[in-house]
Structure formats: C-alpha cells, structure tokens
Design a protein around this ligand. Structure first.
Ligand SMILES: [Zn+2]
Length: 215
C-alpha cells in the first residue's frame, strides 16, 4: 500500500485528537505530507475516526489531484493543499472546531497571546481569517493567505487551522492553541492580562526550538 506507515501515523493522531476531545463525531480533518514523494495523506470525509483503517486514508498530490484510495477525501482537501503549497516547510495540517478557539473565532476576535507555549507559535496574536463557506475554494485561499508565517490561524465562525513540521507536532500545537484560547478566555474575565509583543513571541519561538525536550 502506498505510504502505509504514514497513513497509520495519521490515523493514530486523529484518534488521539478525538480522545483529547478536540473534535466530536467526525468534525475536523487532518493531513500530513510525505516529503519524499511530495504526496499528502488526508482523512476521508464523514468517517468515524475510531473506525478508520489505512485504506480509508486518501492520498492526493499537493494540487489536490487524486493519487490513491477509494474513499472521498475530506471536504477541506483544498484547504489543506493550499496551506501545503503556501508553506513548503510544513509537514502536517490539523483542523479542529475545538471549543475555546471556536468561541473566539465565532466572535471574529484575535486571541491575545499570553502563555509562552502559544507565543512560540504565532507573532503577537492568533489571528482570525474572514468567514467563507466550509469546503470552498474561497475558504482555502483566505485561510492560507492569513496564516502567513504563523503556526495557527482562526477561521471565522468555524474553527482553527494549526500546522507543524510533523503530524505529532501539529497535534501538540493544536492542544497548545486550545489551552491558550481557554486561558485567554478566563484572563479576559479577570482583566489586566499582559499580552506578549511580536518580539517576545519570536524570543519564545527561538527558545522553544533550542532548549525544550530530550536530545
Ligand atoms: Zn471545519
């Protein structure tokens, strides 16, 4: 099977994301890029994550053309491919409707960056791309455009898109962004929060890349 290990990796992360309650039912969609072939493995449309098998994952090229798999890909295939084309260095895209990020997105509000883990992912704030219809070319274009060099972007009245160099990293970033959105939500009730500047975010990014975790 083409890219079997990658498909299995994608399914494992999709199931973990659901266990973490970042997506109910079949909400959200996930993809990873195989840097060797340039192909993208993406979750199928409308299938329960806990029942996915490797053959259910769809393989497309970076322009969204079908390469392998009998299932229909996620309706957000064009969104994932647009982000992969715009950001050649990234290896995975995670799109969720997790509660706190979606709450901010439904108010069309950028999320102030007030925790260090989020500061390492975005410059200043988690920005919000304008609303466009689910699964549309317009949504793909506007979300990829607003993402710029950040690793997370809100999608107005919809959810969030998070990227990473691997599917593991994109998953971790999605958890960080949801936690950051939750903390910012509560901090706003309390008042007086300190928001990281873009420069402080850059310092946090460099520090996170250099020092955290096991060698
Ligand atoms: Zn969605």
């Amino acid at each position: 099977m083409l890219l079997q290990e990658k498909r299995e990796e994608l399914i494992a992360v999709a199931q973990q994301i659901q266990k973490d309650k970042l997506v109910p039912l079949t909400f959200g969609n996930f993809s990873l890029r195989d840097f060797e072939t340039g192909y993208v493995c993406i979750t199928p449309s409308g299938m329960l994550y806990d029942q996915l098998k490797p053959e259910d994952i769809v393989v497309v090229d970076v322009d969204g053309n079908h390469v392998d798999g009998d299932r229909l890909p996620s309706i957000e295939k064009d969104l994932h491919c647009a982000v992969f084309r715009k950001r050649p260095e990234i290896g995975a895209v995670v799109h969720t409707h997790s509660t706190f990020v979606t709450t901010w997105a439904c108010c069309n509000k950028e999320i102030p960056t007030i925790v260090a883990e989020v500061a390492a992912l975005v410059k200043g704030k988690i920005k919000c791309a304008p609303y466009a219809l689910c699964g549309s070319q317009e949504l793909a274009a506007v979300t990829a455009e607003y993402l710029k060099e950040d690793d997370a972007i809100l999608m107005a009245n919809h959810g969030v898109l998070v990227v990473g160099d691997s599917i593991q990293r994109a998953y971790i970033n999605a958890v960080i962004v949801e936690e950051g959105a939750k903390v910012a939500f509560y901090a706003e009730q309390l008042g007086g929060m300190y928001v990281f500047t873009p420069e402080e975010c850059e310092t946090e990014r460099l520090s996170a890349n250099a020092g955290y975790g096991q060698r």
